[in-house]
Design a protein around this ligand. Structure first.
Ligand code: PSU
Ligand code: MN
Length: 304
């Protein structure tokens, strides 16, 4: 169900940027989560597009939220579920309320004909996945859903090298926005290269047109580095991430709980520095997504 604002934007052919909500329900502590979500929406508007924050509210898939709904998603509590593809239908059937992951937000955005989406960092292959088999559903969704996801690379709590390999296997392109190096979430750089570097929203729009003419069902990652002033040097954050993983292991945290646990552990371990970095990179992704959104051709045109 579209909000009035999103329905009006669609009717008037105003560019729309989808936004996810697991970052609100499970990715950031309150009250920073709601405050950040509002500022992300404002960043999309300030750059000429309409934000569509996607979530499930009382068993209804919502494309665009009211202020009250956003507030409700930001109040932590056991009734707020983390909704991936495995439990999307269950959440609708049971009338639940919760945040949609990157995978489900892409899926719902595609159903609403929205081609671009901004988040912080996509999910991927977890460290130790050779034992746990923990690979985010975000990767498979990227391979089968034609939405471009603007992110600061993959969350560096992951095994970035394995995530890069996995996306290569799936054939999902990673476009570096003004960078040849894959950004690593809290840090500007990583040892990995992107598939190609593009320097303007126009060129990304034109590139996506070519991509979708060849692979009309495949997504793309637009990798946008965290702004310099908010970045945390790799060596500093890496030490904290290694400790976070040891603690998760010791406490037996796995499955859907792992990513939220690691992110919160880092917020505490860095005295909030990782939270500030996470906010700044999301604002930056929202801005770039809004600019690209204005250079996307309509889905029917792009499938010619
Ligand atoms: N980006 C952030 N914070 C987050 C997420 C992304 O800056 O919390 C969320 C997204 O919703 C993503 C999810 O889909 O983390 C990945 O969870 P998992 O590893 O369980 O698939
Ligand atoms: Mn997982």
């Amino acid at each position: 169900m579209l909000s009035d604002e999103v329905a009006a934007a669609a009717a008037n052919q105003v560019a729309i940027v989808a936004l996810e909500s697991t970052i609100i329900t499970h990715g950031m502590p309150a009250p920073d989560n709601v405050e950040t979500a509002r500022r992300v929406e404002a960043a999309v508007r300030a750059n000429g597009a309409t934000p569509a924050t996607i979530a499930v509210v009382d068993g209804v898939a919502r494309i665009g939220l009211t202020d009250e709904e956003l507030d409700r998603l930001g109040q932590p509590g056991p009734e707020l579920v983390k909704i991936g593809n495995q439990n999307l239908a269950a959440s609708l059937y049971l009338g639940q309320t919760g945040g949609t992951t990157v995978a489900v937000t892409m899926k719902l955005a595609a159903l609403a004909d929205i081609k671009i989406f901004a988040t912080g960092g996509i999910g991927g292959v977890h460290r130790g996945a050779q034992n746990s088999f923990d690979i985010s559903g975000d990767l498979e969704e990227l391979a089968r859903t034609p939405v471009a996801v603007v992110s600061a690379g993959f969350k560096s709590i992951l095994d970035v090298a394995k995530t890069t390999e996995y996306l290569e296997t799936l054939g999902v392109p990673i476009v570096g926005y003004q960078t040849t190096t894959l950004p690593s979430f809290y840090s500007i750089e990583s040892p990995h290269e992107v598939s190609l570097q593009l320097d303007s929203p126009e060129s990304i729009g034109a590139y996506l047109h070519t991509h979708w003419s060849l692979y009309p069902a495949c997504g793309a990652v637009i990798a946008n580095p965290i702004p310099q002033h908010a970045a945390i040097p790799t060596n500093r954050i890496e030490a904290a991430i290694a400790q976070a993983c040891v603690h998760a292991d010791a406490e037996g945290i796995s499955g859907k709980e792992l990513t939220p646990f690691l992110l919160q552990w880092l917020v505490d371990a860095t005295d909030g520095e990782s939270l500030e970095a996470n906010k700044e990179l999301v604002f930056n992704n929202a801005k770039v997504a809004a600019l690209i959104a204005q250079h996307l051709t309509s889905p029917c045109e792009s499938q010619n």
